[in-house]
Design a binder for this molecule. Structure first.
Ligand SMILES: [Zn+2]
Length: 247
């Protein structure tokens, strides 16, 4: 990978390079970054798309599922013509059509698969775009063990939540998320996934570039019915089975 921005890249990212204090060296931080996205569904779709658009140099997409007709109300990376194919392939095609100057690693496996931890170790930041507590719990533990930051989001109907996790500096997912969200088919309005997934992409970009303050130690709630955001402070659970031994 070239250690500079080509003329094409300078034009592609012009409107964000114009952001105050965001010069070409900041854009290079994105180009050199590797983001691991767990899940290419409702949250993964906007996250991956905006990360690719922003110029993240390497995106790893991990999902073992295939595109289904019932995904398409919210999983905007996928197309009607892609029903039946692996979500990572569908997502990879969409990303390349948007920005072929970045690289995408496709991992058509579940997060529990042996070898995933090694890939996570090579990433700068991880996005939790999963939809089951079991998978989230595994990802959370891997991020604690590898000391990697994890941007969590969850959605149901017209509301959602997000936070930035980097244990032991912050609580881990297990500190505050009760293991009861096992619903396999949660009702979701697609735009809810769009909002929370976009927040995840923004948190990753902020962490990589050092711009602004992340959602560290804060849980953000979004309520689409009242169209309001609120945050609550998070604290570590000293009895947490996942992170209490980590100092
Ligand atoms: Zn914990």
């Amino acid at each position: 990978m070239a250690d500079f921005l080509s003329d094409n890249e300078k034009k592609r990212y012009l409107r964000q390079i114009m952001i105050a204090s965001w010069d070409e060296s900041v854009q290079m931080k994105l180009k050199k970054a590797h983001v691991f996205v767990a899940g290419a569904g409702g949250l993964g779709s906007p996250s991956i798309y905006y990360l690719a658009a922003a110029g993240i140099g390497r995106i790893t997409i991990c999902d073992n599922d295939r595109v289904d007709l019932s995904n398409l109300n919210r999983q905007i990376l996928h197309r009607t013509g892609g029903i039946g194919i692996l979500k990572v392939e569908s997502a990879g095609d969409a990303v390349m059509a948007l920005n072929d100057t970045i690289s995408v690693n496709l991992v058509p496996q579940s997060i529990e698969t042996t070898g995933i931890k090694k890939i996570i170790e090579s990433a700068d930041i991880i996005l939790d775009c999963l939809d089951s507590f079991m998978a989230r719990s595994v990802l959370n533990r891997m991020c604690i063990e590898t000391k990697k930051p994890l941007v969590h989001a969850g959605i149901t109907e017209m509301h959602g939540q997000a936070t930035f996790i980097h244990a032991p500096e912050t609580p881990c997912l297990n500190c505050f998320l009760p293991d009861t969200d096992g619903k396999e088919q949660a009702p979701v309005l697609g735009a809810t996934a769009g909002i929370l997934g976009s927040i995840q992409a923004m948190e990753a970009v902020k962490y990589i570039t050092g711009f602004g303050d992340t959602l560290k130690n804060r849980l953000l709630f979004f309520d689409g019915k009242s169209m309001s955001f609120s945050t609550v402070k998070l604290s570590r659970n000293p009895h947490c089975t996942a992170c209490s031994a980590v100092q």
